[in-house]
Design a binder for this molecule. Structure first.
Ligand SMILES: [Zn+2]
Length: 316
């Protein structure tokens, strides 16, 4: 890693967005410089002053195109992958709060809200894309706000806010998370997920890059910096858990815990298991229906997880 913090005036100006400490060059990706704080190790991409992080997601094409930025075919992605990761988090939230009023920030077409309704929650959503807002409203019959500001102005408050894979898109994470705390009723719970930029695969970014991926992902967290960010925004972190091999699962690859790999070894003959093969197809069905097998709740396993799941309570 090269480090040359003094020759670039823009870099000198880039104080850490969490603690205000001095930052140094970490890497360059897609034409953006990424810096790391020398004090707290928070990392972020240097984006232009007038950069509007929200503009990418206001465009409906984000959800329907496989272009440079975007999530191709959101419905299939939800059905085959996201639902298996996201919905079990609603059951985890129950350990911290019984069903009441839930706001899903970045609700897309409202599938998570629908699953929350099935579990007894009254729901609302925030979604930047007009087409996704229309679909979420039709599916859930719930209010769908076009921004966090609009939700704040509504004066509605919530016992739970869910915010899955959103915070890495924010250029001012403490500012936005402070607003999110304002959306919560006293004692309300925040559940979020975000890539773990400390995990071994983060810099290589394979098989799919969910980590250092500007201009979409511009704030890069690890277990200590997400706790710090939430503490500065008015939250007390209750649990940091994670998903191991999440990215391989998202890419359709079959990666199993050690004990499954050991059982399969005689059949695989050290070859990579092909999802299209007979055994692969059988296991894809059996295994991807149980994505909780990727879930790690032991803090000792956290450094290996691709994605962190964080539960926090609004401080009174
Ligand atoms: Zn810092």
């Amino acid at each position: 890693m090269s480090s040359n913090p003094v020759s670039n005036p823009e870099r000198l100006a880039a104080a850490c967005k969490l603690c205000g400490g001095a930052t140094v060059h970490f890497m360059e990706r897609s034409g953006f410089e990424i810096v790391r704080c020398g004090e707290c190790r928070f990392m972020f991409a240097l984006v232009p002053q007038d950069y509007d992080a929200a503009s990418i997601y206001k465009d409906d094409i984000y959800f329907t195109s496989g272009g440079e930025c975007g999530i191709a075919d959101y419905d299939a992605l939800w059905r085959r992958r996201l639902s298996h990761f996201y919905v079990p988090r609603l059951d985890r939230i129950r350990a911290f709060h019984p069903p009441a009023r839930l706001l899903d920030i970045g609700c897309a077409s409202g599938y998570l809200m629908r699953a929350a309704q099935d579990r007894g929650w009254q729901t609302a959503g925030v979604e930047l894309s007009p087409e996704m807002r229309r679909r979420a409203a039709a599916l859930t019959r719930s209010p769908i706000f076009e921004s966090i500001d609009q939700a704040l102005q509504s004066a509605q408050r919530f016992e739970c806010v869910t915010m899955f894979e959103v915070i890495e898109h924010l250029s001012d994470p403490v500012g936005i998370m402070t607003q999110v705390a304002d959306l919560l009723a006293p004692g309300g719970i925040l559940a979020l997920s975000t890539p773990n930029c400390d995990c071994p695969g983060a810099i290589a970014g394979e098989p799919i890059n969910v980590w250092f991926d500007p201009p979409e992902h511009i704030s890069y967290f690890a277990a200590d910096t997400i706790r710090d960010c939430l503490a500065r925004s008015g939250f007390e972190t209750l649990a940091v858990e994670g998903l191991e091999h999440y990215c391989r699962a998202m890419a359709g690859d079959l990666t199993f815990p050690g004990w499954v790999t050991a059982i399969l070894a005689p059949f695989r003959r050290n070859k990579r298991l092909k999802p299209g093969g007979l055994l692969g197809k059988m296991l894809e069905r059996a295994y991807h229906g149980r994505m909780d097998l990727y879930r790690r709740t032991d803090p000792a396993d956290l450094p290996r997880t691709d994605v962190m799941e964080v539960y926090a309570r609004k401080r009174s």
